[in-house]
Design a binder for this molecule. Structure first.
Ligand code: URA
Length: 279
């Protein structure tokens, strides 16, 4: 399409892309601060109606504002299935794929479930949420932070092919890689709790503040949480799992100066793995 012929606001679009917008959810802007869980109604802003001469045809199949009717967006169901009913990973995956209570699923390409040794893992790593590469491939930690995670694990003799299983708190990519909201994490929490109970790893590794705070149900910051061992318990687990908190690899990519501390944390994990318990 030629830029000269089409009166399309490319400059405005590139500014939004620069700000991190990468998904179009609706033709009308919505103020998420006033977003209700229940059904909500929006009306095309009358003051912004373009004069009739400004646009004679709607580009890209878009309906002009003046023609847009009052529209009700269907409410999404917040009724979650009971993941504790899932007896196997396959059943859990099917429950998650059938769950429509989290709006992140509407913009995601895949439900990113888990990957690695699901039978006898020494370590289960839990991250925050898939990014663009993970969403495209349907697998956790396959982008640049995944590559760093693999290197970190390999440095202490762990690989997802052999002795590690990897998943996330949230199985659907948040648009623009934004941080998941408290509502989104609480909606997804029962799924990852069941996931951990079914995998039953020897050790649990929580990657970054969101995973640590959500699963340990604490407001403490990662700088404090990473300095000690925790004990993770949830319904369906016969015994609590020794748990440590590591910096998220994406944070280490942004702050390479923290790799020194991350290395000390990995050595602590390696020592516990060799001894069979935190030292
Ligand atoms: N970051 C995460 O927290 N999880 C992924 O799967 C990828 C990046």
């Amino acid at each position: 399409m030629s830029r000269d012929k089409e009166p399309f606001p490319y400059e405005a679009l590139s500014l939004q892309a620069l700000w991190g917008l990468d998904e179009s959810l609706s033709l009308t802007p919505q103020d998420k601060r006033t977003f209700q869980k229940e059904a909500f109604v929006f009306r095309a802003p009358q003051t912004q109606t373009p004069p009739p001469t400004a646009r004679t045809s709607a580009p890209l199949g878009e309906t002009p504002h003046q023609a847009m009717p009052l529209r009700t967006v269907p409410s999404f169901s917040t009724k979650a299935p009971d993941p504790s009913k899932a007896a196997t990973l396959e059943e859990l995956r099917a429950l998650m794929e059938a769950f429509d209570g989290c709006e992140l699923k509407q913009t995601a390409t895949h439900t990113v479930f888990g990957m690695g040794n699901a039978r006898t893992p020494d370590v289960m790593c839990v991250g925050e949420a898939p990014g663009a590469d993970e969403d495209r491939q349907g697998l956790p930690f396959v982008g640049v932070s995944g590559q760093l995670l693999d290197k970190m694990l390999a440095a202490i003799g762990l690989t997802r092919q052999k002795n590690v299983y990897i998943s996330n708190i949230i199985p659907w990519r948040p648009p623009g890689n934004r941080q998941p909201s408290p509502l989104e994490t609480s909606l997804c929490l029962p799924f990852i709790q069941r996931h951990i109970a079914l995998i039953k790893p020897r050790f649990l590794v929580l990657l970054g503040g969101t995973a640590a705070k959500t699963l340990l149900q604490t407001k403490e910051g990662i700088m404090t949480l990473r300095t000690r061992w925790h004990s993770y318990a949830c319904p369906g687990l016969e015994a609590p799992i020794p748990t440590c908190v590591l910096f998220h690899p994406a944070y280490l990519l942004r702050s390479p100066g923290q790799k020194r501390l991350a290395w000390l944390d990995l050595l602590k994990l390696q020592e516990a793995l060799a001894a069979g318990a935190p030292q």
